[in-house]
Ligand binder design. Structure first.
Ligand code: NAI
Length: 247
């Protein structure tokens, strides 16, 4: 990978104010991209954008589940930074519960943020990318979308849905020069996994062939590769970054 292979590109990263999204935003900025950091809390988005290396970044407040809000946020991003060349749908939530106890709201909220949110931003950027015959979309799914997980029927369904979205968008936009791929992280140390106790982490390590949880930087490296020119002939793929959990 050349040092500044994303020079001149504009990237939009949802949920980019912390965790995996922040690591991806940092990695794309290191590659030379100007980055729009999207988070529900605008102050946090702006603070994260200000910490990125280089210049031209900005933070925007948006709930990805709100399709009208997504449209107006994209317009604001394009006016302030420029047309979006790279979209990373990273925003995601969990509302874990056993199936028979799972409430309608727990199911609906997770689908709205994780799956509908990615659809909203993908649809919003697609027209411009197709017109410019250039663009790259990356969805952050999860290993549990591939292999399932007890207590996460809602989350696993949303993440499996993202795999179908990725492949359909890849097929639909390929002839217009737009690529769409996904990364399926395994267990990564972030706020999302911060609630796990030491016993649970030890048990997890036993299920991971490479023997440990991953870091946000592990996901960010794969993301920078997949959205950039080195992956120009790769579309519709789901790359597991999971220490070998799903193979
Ligand atoms: P996190 O909880 O640290 O960060 C998630 C980010 O998404 C936050 O900035 C949050 O504000 C934002 N977000 C959530 N709902 C939103 C909404 N409706 N609108 C706008 N922003 C919203 O989580 P983490 O761990 O960094 O996860 C990032 C992505 O990676 C998520 O999609 C998650 O499902 C996925 N993932 C994480 C794994 C892990 O082990 N941490 C494993 C596999 C996938």
């Amino acid at each position: 990978m050349s040092a500044r292979e994303l020079e001149g590109k504009v990237a939009l990263v949802t949920g980019g104010s912390r965790g995996i999204g922040k690591a991806i935003a940092t990695s794309l900025a290191e590659g030379g991209a100007r980055v729009a950091v999207i988070a529900r809390d605008g102050a946090r988005a702006s603070a994260a954008a200000a910490e990125l290396p280089g210049t031209g970044h900005a933070g925007f407040s948006c709930d990805v589940a709100d399709s009208a809000g997504v449209q107006s946020t994209l317009a604001a991003v394009e006016e302030r930074i420029g047309p979006v060349d790279i979209l990373v749908n990273n925003a995601g939530i969990t509302r874990d519960n056993l199936l028979i106890r799972m409430k309608d709201e727990e199911f609906d909220e997770v689908i709205a943020a994780n799956l509908k949110g990615a659809f909203n931003f993908t649809r919003a950027v697609a027209r411009g990318m197709m017109k410019r015959r250039d663009g790259s979309i990356l969805n952050i799914t999860s290993v549990v979308g591939l292999i399932g997980n007890a207590g996460q029927a809602n989350y696993a369904a949303s993440k499996a849905g993202l795999v179908g979205l990725t492949k359909s968008v890849a097929r639909e936009l390929a002839s217009r020069g737009v690529r769409c791929n996904a990364i399926a992280p395994g267990f990564i140390t972030t706020d999302m996994t911060g609630d796990l106790n030491e016993k649970q982490v030890e048990e997890l390590r036993g299920r991971i062939p490479l023997g440990d949880l991953g870091t946000p930087a592990d996901v960010a490296g794969a993301a920078r590769f997949l959205v950039g020119p080195s992956a120009r002939y790769i579309t519709g793929q789901v790359l597991a970054v999971d220490g070998g959990m799903a193979m």
